[in-house]
Design a binder for this molecule. Structure first.
Ligand SMILES: [Zn+2]
Ligand SMILES: [Zn+2]
Length: 363
């Protein structure tokens, strides 16, 4: 996967040069436009050119593997792999978010963000962002370090998306899914990428890495774990649950009824659950067969079409959402009502919950 992106990125550096006034919005927009279409052309070639280094090929292989696993070991027997709620919308999201936004727009966006960031620093007299140089380290050590930093930053960003309403408005689209499968990992609002991904890059810039290198890392390491963690399979991963993200732990991140007292959610990890263990948000019930009902408190009010979900955060933020708190109501229950089952969840359950008065977050 990395090879082609590196090659494309190097070609772009060669083509574009860097003599733009990076604080000028018009020139930044032009630069975005230029990079986007150059990359579009390069990515388009990958679509119809077979190569072992072709990233699209490996995404396809990985999806197929997750798909076969779902057919062989379904966790939720009532979810049909293809006929489950939202399957085709999820597939559309894979195409929209990964091929269009992530593969193309995100690449160009990070390119432009880096230019604006460096120009901004230089305008206040800072000419170098590097405070600790690690390029002389062996490659494996550099990749390991970058991976741990990116994973920690992803974790913090994910936590922030659950913690702050204006971010939750975007992230809620991912959580409003009532049935999930491998493709559900890409069912999220495109705005998420632009809200926090650039900031995850900032610590890497302190180590002397470019936005190009960061983009490649995001498009490789974190990517495959996301597909896998949403796969609808019945497997007990045992101790592995504490080492890497698994479908077994991530399903609890999607629980409609959060285990008390986790008011903002559990299992925020992108890849490494160690961060959850450290701050106390790791959750795995003793009964490994337990499976939560999925969704959000007000699922019945959430849009189910792509267009509806596209505009949802903006409508949410400029209307009723301003007053709403993203805290999971169930987590505020004093008793253990939060972990109520699960497989036999009914719509009556949802209706009852809706009638409850909204509780204020305790300060
Ligand atoms: Zn989340
Ligand atoms: Zn998820």
């Amino acid at each position: 996967m990395p090879y082609d992106f590196i090659q494309v990125a190097d070609n772009l550096y060669y083509f574009t040069g860097s003599n733009i006034n990076a604080m000028d919005i018009i020139s930044l927009a032009n630069e975005f436009n230029r990079i986007f279409w150059l990359y579009w052309e390069a990515a388009g070639k990958q679509l119809y050119t077979f190569s072992w280094y072709n990233s699209f090929f490996w995404v396809g292989v990985w999806c197929l593997l997750c798909f076969v696993l779902e057919l062989m070991l379904p966790r939720r027997l009532d979810y049909k792999v293809v006929k489950r709620k939202g399957f085709w919308l999820d597939i559309f999201y894979v195409i929209f978010n990964d091929f269009l936004i992530m593969g193309l727009g995100f690449f160009a966006f990070m390119w432009v963000f880096e230019k604006a960031y460096l120009a901004g620093l230089s305008s206040i007299g800072i000419d170098s962002t590097v405070i600790f140089e690690v390029h002389h380290w062996p490659l494996w050590a550099q990749i390991l370090l970058l991976f741990v930093i990116v994973d920690l930053m992803e974790f913090l960003a994910h936590y922030a998306m659950h913690r702050f309403n204006f971010l939750w408005a975007f992230h809620k689209i991912h959580h409003a899914q009532e049935e999930i499968g491998f493709a559900s990992s890409r069912h999220f609002h495109w705005g998420e990428l632009f809200v926090f991904k650039p900031f995850i890059y900032l610590p890497l810039s302190l180590l002397g890495y470019t936005a190009k290198e960061y983009t490649i890392l995001v498009l490789t390491l974190v990517y495959f774990a996301a597909f896998f963690s949403h796969t609808n399979i019945r497997l007990n991963f045992g101790f592995f649950n504490y080492l890497f993200i698994t479908p077994q732990t991530h399903q609890w991140h999607h629980a409609k009824n959060m285990p008390h007292p986790h008011r903002y959610g559990v299992n925020f990890a992108s890849v490494l659950p160690i961060w959850d263990v450290l701050i106390g948000t790791f959750y795995l019930p003793k009964n490994k067969d337990e499976a939560p009902e999925l969704g959000v408190d007000d699922n019945e009010d959430m849009p189910t079409t792509f267009l509806g979900q596209f505009v949802y955060p903006f409508v949410f933020l400029f209307s009723k959402g301003k007053q709403k708190d993203n805290v999971f109501e169930s987590s505020l229950q004093p008793e253990n009502a939060a972990t109520q089952p699960v497989r036999q969840a009914t719509s009556t359950n949802t209706k009852t919950r809706k009638k409850k008065p909204t509780k204020k977050r305790k300060k």
